[in-house]
Design a protein around this ligand. Structure first.
Ligand SMILES: Nc1ncnc2c1ncn2[C@@H]1O[C@H](COP(=O)(O)OP(=O)(O)O)[C@@H](O)[C@H]1O
Ligand SMILES: [Mg+2]
Length: 139
């Protein structure tokens, strides 16, 4: 089992994707199927972008095992009041600044859900959000 940790800086779009690129490299070295790697990278990238776009700072921890990967993304931020609503396609509270940068289509969370085998989101308004997902390496 291998553990990886990454910090995410809220507002810094130039660094969004750092963790997903690093994890992609690791999974490539482990000869995980490309179709599976792609799902992990999409989900992790969307989770990273959400911290950058919506929160102040966050931490990612990724646990790689023989059978799969578990990722926890925890942030300090405004939290999500209605998670079910946030999961709907097209729902977004992204600021104008975030939209100008090409983000805020409201497809991130639905995209994460579509690509992972297990997803759990908990959030406390005014405090932050915790997103955990699991992708199995063999179907
Ligand atoms: N880490 C987060 N902290 C606070 N709010 C979030 C977070 N992630 C998602 N959200 C909320 O859920 C909504 C939908 O997220 P998402 O589907 O990724 O769309 P988008 O990021 O394009 O707005 C966001 O607009 C925001 O209101
Ligand atoms: Mg998003």
């Amino acid at each position: 089992m291998m553990d990886f940790e990454f910090d995410i800086e809220g507002g810094n779009f130039t660094r969004a994707g750092t963790a997903s690129s690093a994890v992609k490299k690791i999974l490539n070295q482990l000869n995980v199927d490309y179709s599976v790697i792609k799902r992990v990278v999409v989900a992790l990238y969307e989770a990273e972008v959400n911290v950058v776009a919506h929160a102040y700072q966050g931490k990612i921890s990724a646990q790689v095992e023989v059978e799969g990967i578990t990722v926890v993304v925890e942030d300090e931020g405004p939290g999500i009041a209605d998670i079910e609503k946030a999961m709907q396609e097209g729902y977004s509270t992204a600021s104008d600044r975030v939209r100008e940068m090409g983000f805020g289509a409201g497809m991130g969370l639905p995209n994460i859900k579509r690509n992972v085998d297990q997803l759990n989101i908990t959030s406390e308004v005014g405090k932050g959000t915790r997103l955990e997902f699991r992708v199995n390496f063999s179907q």
